[in-house]
Ligand binder design. Sequence first.
Ligand SMILES: Nc1ncnc2c1ncn2[C@@H]1O[C@H](COP(=O)(O)OP(=O)(O)O)[C@@H](O)[C@H]1O
Ligand SMILES: Cc1cn([C@H]2C[C@H](O)[C@@H](COP(=O)(O)O)O2)c(=O)[nH]c1=O
Length: 215
Amino acid sequence: MAELAFFSGTMDSGKSTLALQMDHNHAARGRGGVIFTRNDRAGTDVLSSRLGLRTAAYEVGDATDFWAEVVTRRMRGDRVDYLICDEAQFYSPTQVEQLARLVDEMGVDVFAFGITADFRTRLFPGSQRLIELADRVEELQVQALCWCGARATHNARTVDGIMVVEGAQVVVGDTEADPGEVAYEVLCRRHHMRRMTSVAARVASPSAQTLDLDV
Ligand SMILES: Nc1ncnc2c1ncn2[C@@H]1O[C@H](COP(=O)(O)OP(=O)(O)O)[C@@H](O)[C@H]1O
Ligand SMILES: Cc1cn([C@H]2C[C@H](O)[C@@H](COP(=O)(O)O)O2)c(=O)[nH]c1=O
């Protein structure tokens, strides 16, 4: 039976890598898939992983109708057995509902990948709808880690390593960035709530090793 599965985790937890692997494994067995993404860091019409793999993808926009996308392809004879949907936090709730309908009424497997919450710990509307509708929500097994070594559960937005708490929900970015640019850092809840990024922690308590180096 077809399913709507949502694979979620913090930034940098391997979601896009898994998306590429799942597409590879399903395609290798002769299934027909379509890859979608929205606002990938590497640009438009591409799904990229920090491990260096990337593939062409269809860019989702505000006007994308997943039901129509599948109908059009099937009417021209393309096989559509599954969809890979990366950066699904950026999809609208209506688009997530279209995905659920594709599962139930057309038997298309939908594998969605995305972060659940923004830099203020609020659910993205698309992720909220996925959590509400998915047959299963899977947390990635590879754990991203906070600077303290605990499992990272939250995404912080930073500028020059300092956590910011104001701004638009959507700002495409990476865990690495040039000075002055918006970046992201994954933190455990304790340190997210204390706004304690790795930079702030170093300032507050320089390590013994740093003191040694300074001597
Ligand atoms: N140089 C590297 N060597 C091994 N693994 C790496 C390397 N760089 C990144 N990774 C792995 O890739 C993961 C990020 O993968 P990616 O699919 O881009 O994450 P996401 O889509 O969740 O942001 C990291 O958690 C890490 O496990
Ligand atoms: C927390 C947070 C993230 N984003 C953006 C930053 C990245 O472009 C993507 C997440 O991509 P990844 O493959 O999971 O690393 O989301 C954002 O726009 N707003 C936020 O609050």
